[in-house]
Design a protein around this ligand. Structure first.
Ligand SMILES: Nc1ncnc2c1ncn2[C@@H]1O[C@H](COP(=O)(O)OP(=O)(O)O)[C@@H](O)[C@H]1O
Ligand SMILES: Cc1cn([C@H]2C[C@H](O)[C@@H](COP(=O)(O)O)O2)c(=O)[nH]c1=O
Length: 217
């Protein structure tokens, strides 16, 4: 039986790497798949992992119809055994419904990968629909860590080094590897407590370096 799988984790937890490994393992056994993505950091129509792997992909825009694409391919005599869908948080909920229909009606496996929540801690529409519909939901085992050492559960956005909680939902960006100078827009994974307190690594460092207040007489 085909299944709709949803693999989720924070940014930098290895989702794109796993997406490419999944494709590799299925292709190595002669299965024929298609890889989809949208808004990848490396540009249009490519899946890129921080481990250095990249693979060409089909770019999904808001109008793309998975059901129509698959039916059209099969009708023309093409073969599709599975779909790998990266950055699935950005897909519309209608597109996730189409993926579920592809699984149920055409017996094609779908492997979707994406972050659950945005920089405000709210569910992305695509991820919310995947949680509602997936046969299997898997949280990635490689844990991204908060600067405090706890498991990172949330994605923070920084603008010029300061954490923000308002703005456009979709802003392509990376986890900042260097703090000097801070990027215009960057992301940092944090535990819930430090996301709530807006305590990024840079701010925690600045606070710890602040001079001790003078004791009151
Ligand atoms: N230089 C490195 N050496 C070993 N592992 C690395 C290195 N750089 C990144 N990684 C691994 O790659 C993961 C990020 O993979 P990626 O597929 O790009 O994540 P995601 O798609 O979830 O954002 C990191 O969590 C880390 O485990
Ligand atoms: C939290 C958050 C993230 N994004 C963007 C930033 C990256 O381009 C992708 C996530 O990619 P990854 O492979 O999981 O690292 O999403 C965004 O647009 N809005 C957000 O709130």
């Amino acid at each position: 039986m085909a299944e709709l799988h949803f693999f989720t984790g924070t940014m930098d937890s290895g989702k794109s790497t796993l997406a490419l490994q999944t494709n590799h393992n299925h292709a190595a056994r002669g299965r024929v798949g298609r890889i989809f993505t949208t808004h990848d950091r490396a540009g249009a129509a490519v899946v890129s992992s921080r481990l250095g792997l990249t693979h060409e992909a089909l770019e999904v825009d808001g109008e793309f119809d998975f059901w129509a694409y698959v039916v059209d391919t099969l009708t023309r005599g093409g073969r599709i055994d599975y779909l790998v869908c990266d950055e699935a948080q950005f897909y519309t909920s209608e597109q996730i419904d189409q993926l579920a229909k592809v699984v149920d009606e055409l017996q094609i496996d779908v492997f979707a990968f994406g972050i659950l929540t945005d920089f405000r801690t709210l569910l992305f529409p695509g991820s919310a629909r995947l949680v509602e519909l997936a046969d299997r939901m898997n949280v990635l085992q490689v844990e991204a860590l908060c600067w405090c050492g706890k498991r990172a559960t949330h994605n923070a956005r920084t603008e010029n080094g300061a954490m923000v909680v308002e703005g456009e939902v979709i802003v392509v960006g990376d986890v900042d590897q260097v703090d000097e100078p801070p990027a215009d827009v960057a992301y940092e994974v944090l535990c819930r407590q430090h996301h709530r307190r807006r305590l990024t690594a840079a701010r925690a460092k600045a606070v710890s370096l602040a001079p001790e207040p003078l004791p009151f007489g």
